[in-house]
Design a protein around this ligand. Structure first.
Ligand code: ADP
Ligand code: MG
Length: 660
């Protein structure tokens, strides 16, 4: 059944150097507050390649402790361990992991299979840490299972296998990376006599095939099947049947090269696969943890969207009203008295202020406008040629009047879109046509672009625009001063200072009386934008806190996972997983958790955002906010997964193996 290709990379062994040599090994437990127990005392032992050794002793005599030392799962308290002539004390954790991976194969009394993985996956596992490509791995695992008569059971989970079958799976796993040295700790201890005999036969065959087999047992009849029997009592070797004839053509493992990039990819892929399985195995728990992340991500995205929506609403308002526009008009001072008068000199002085760019006096009143037999009360706005540019408004047809035409009192008119349609219909623009405004004839020279819904309380589309001076001369002869003055600040940053400067200037010019008012919509809007922005930031922060809470959930669940899977971690370490492998695996698990939560969160926020938008809430879902929330979630997984993953990676293999 068992044959040929088993031992790792055959290499001529340095002549005479034993495979394993222990010199004066001691192992003590306790110390400090606890009483110190000496479990192994001055153990010296030499084992050559190809030997089949049985370590026999009563329960508690220190056999397992010795095996853990031999298998580099543990370090001695004193003494020297030479592996193939080299002192293992000088090996770092990764090199010890390499030895476990390539040189040793462990078989335990309790089988120690990974519960959620099939027979085949259990057998494959050590090869993952050796960086063997998946197809090669699968093929070799199947071949080993077939060799051990388990072909039909390859997809069974451990609990679907009998004890004997599980032990055979664990032997196949021990052989996966070569298993030059098989360390079997009471392999038949939990088996019925028939299965036990089968397993022993298997170990004998392995020994015959050239594997070094170290068998630990309390049963002398089992031990008798080995070539050499070493007896241990109270941590001391009390008898040794001596070095038997052993094969000298067997060599210990040599480190195998792991190809950097493909290994990295394989590792990540494997970690993701295991992580995914772990998530599926604990669906409820995973779901609840995900919920935490999802709530965090959704609240970040939706809060930012609502904040941004509110901000953009104000900004849109500012766009139509202008961010630099103030309004000024005369009025009675608050202390009583007549209303003031804004003279042309006042306006010139205001326009000369450094914070002010332009000043546009306006007179506007409903006036009867007539064309042919059609007449109508229309709002006639007399203002300077700056009107379109101050209001960010375009002329759709014809042109606007110029400054010199205003000075010359030219009787020219530009129509709002609706006004034009009212008098002249939908046809070509009525350029050159005549209108009677009040009692004066005006010539239409242009039509404004349609302004639509944003024109505010007054419908700007239904107005007539005429030059300020010619308006005063021909229509508004009774007016001594403008109805109001539009003042444009040099920039939106100058609005507040401009308002203050204007107020000071005019108070001084009006003999200390504040007989005018300044309306500063721009400043109010700016303040509003600032408030809404800080509100949005605050909402975002609160949402971020909920994401952090989600992250703490991830940490919690990962700590639980690590604790539940301590044994699995131990098994993986015994199979050669390095600390980095374990760290990567658990980190991948937490990141996967948070990434899945992040994706779900983004999707849900899209739906929620659409629903909010449909119900009339101003929301602006931005890709950058979603990307941010997603990245934040992933980073949360990384940050909060780090501590549990490191806890897992730093577990002592022996302690982990003994764990629940
Ligand atoms: P065996 O495998 O021969 O039954 P072990 O090697 O498991 O024996 O244990 C040998 C002795 O060491 C036992 O008395 C046990 O109580 C003690 N021992 C094992 N591990 C520890 C530990 N981590 N701390 C303290 N004592 C331990
Ligand atoms: Mg034991």
């Amino acid at each position: 059944m068992v044959s040929h290709d088993a031992p790792a990379t055959p290499q001529p062994r340095a002549a005479g150097v034993p495979l394993i040599e222990l010199r004066g090994i001691c192992k003590r437990y306790g110390g400090g507050a606890q009483p110190q127990v000496e479990v192994l005392r001055d153990v010296s032992l030499t084992i050559h390649a190809g030997e089949f050794v049985a370590l026999v002793g009563a329960s508690g005599s220190g056999k397992s402790t010795l095996m853990n030392l031999l298998g580099c799962l543990d370090r001695p308290s004193a003494g020297t361990y030479l592996f193939n002539g080299r002192d293992v004390a000088g090996f770092d954790d990764d090199r010890l992991a390499w030895l476990r991976r390539d040189a040793f194969g462990f078989v335990f009394q309790g089988y120690h299979l990974i519960a959620g993985e099939s027979a085949r996956e259990n057998v494959e596992m050590p090869a993952i840490y050796a960086g063997v490509p998946a197809p090669v791995r699968a093929q070799r695992a199947l071949a080993l299972l077939a060799r051990l008569g388990l072909e039909a059971r390859r997809d069974n989970l451990p609990h679907q296998l009998s004890g004997g079958q599980q032990q055979r799976v664990s032997i196949a796993r021990a052989l996966m990376n070569g298993g030059g040295i098989i360390l079997a700790d009471e392999p038949t201890g939990a088996l019925d006599s028939h299965s036990g005999a089968e397993v022993m036969a298997l170990l004998r065959e392995l020994a015959d095939a050239g594997h070094t087999v170290i068998l630990i047992t309390h049963d002398r009849t089992v031990a008798a099947q080995a070539q050499r029997v070493i007896e241990i009592r109270d941590g001391r070797i009390v008898a040794d049947s001596g070095v038997a004839a052993h094969r000298r053509d067997v060599a210990p493992a040599q480190p195998r090269k792991r190809d950097g990039f493909s290994t990295w990819r394989t590792d990540l892929h494997e970690a993701a696969r295991t992580a995914w399985r772990g998530m599926r195995m604990n669906r409820t728990r995973t779901g609840l943890t995900l919920l935490g992340i999802v709530i965090g991500v959704v609240s970040v995205i939706v809060m930012l969207a609502i904040g941004e929506g509110a901000r953009q609403q104000v900004v849109a308002q500012m766009g139509s009203m202008g961010t630099t526009i103030m309004y000024m008009s005369s009025r009675p001072p608050p202390s009583g008295g007549p209303r003031g008068e804004l003279t042309p000199d006042d306006l010139d002085a205001v326009a000369a202020l450094p914070q002010i760019r332009r000043v546009m006096p306006v007179i506007g009143d409903p006036v009867t406008v007539r064309h042919g037999r059609v007449d109508r009360e229309l709002y006639v706005l007399a203002a300077s040629e700056d009107m379109p540019s101050i209001h960010h408004w375009k002329v759709a047809a014809g042109r606007y009047y110029t400054a010199s035409e205003d000075r010359d009192l030219a009787p020219l008119a530009v129509l709002g879109h609706k006004a034009s349609v009212h008098f002249f219909g939908d046809g070509p623009p009525p350029l050159g046509r005549q209108l009677l405004i009040g009692n004066s004839p005006f010539e239409v020279i242009g039509v404004m672009a349609e302004r639509g819904a944003d024109s505010g309380a007054q419908d700007y589309d239904d107005m007539v625009f005429i030059p300020y001076r010619s308006g005063r001369a021909r229509v508004y002869q009774a007016m001594t001063q403008p109805d109001y003055v539009v003042v444009e600040a040099a920039s939106s940053a100058d609005v507040l200072a401009g308002e203050a400067a204007m107020r000071r200037l005019l108070v001084a010019r009006h003999g200390g009386r504040e007989d005018f008012g300044i309306g500063n919509a721009a400043a109010r809007l700016q303040a509003e934008v600032a408030t809404r922005r800080s509100l949005a930031v605050m909402l975002g922060l609160i949402a971020a806190v909920s994401l952090v809470v989600g992250g703490i959930g991830v940490m919690n669940v990962m700590l639980m996972t690590v604790r539940e899977r301590t044994r699995e971690i131990g098994i993986r370490m015994a199979s050669g997983a390095r600390q980095a492998d374990i760290l990567r695996q658990f980190l991948t698990e937490s990141v996967l958790l948070s990434v899945v939560g992040g994706v779900a969160g983004v999707l849900i926020s899209l739906v929620l955002g659409a629903a909010l938008a449909a119900s009339g809430v101003a929301v602006v879902l931005s890709v950058s906010a979603m990307a941010c929330a997603f990245a934040f979630a992933a980073v949360t997984g990384l940050v909060f997964g780090w501590m549990p993953a490191r806890t897992a990676a730093r577990l002592d293999p022996v302690v982990a193996l003994a764990g629940e």
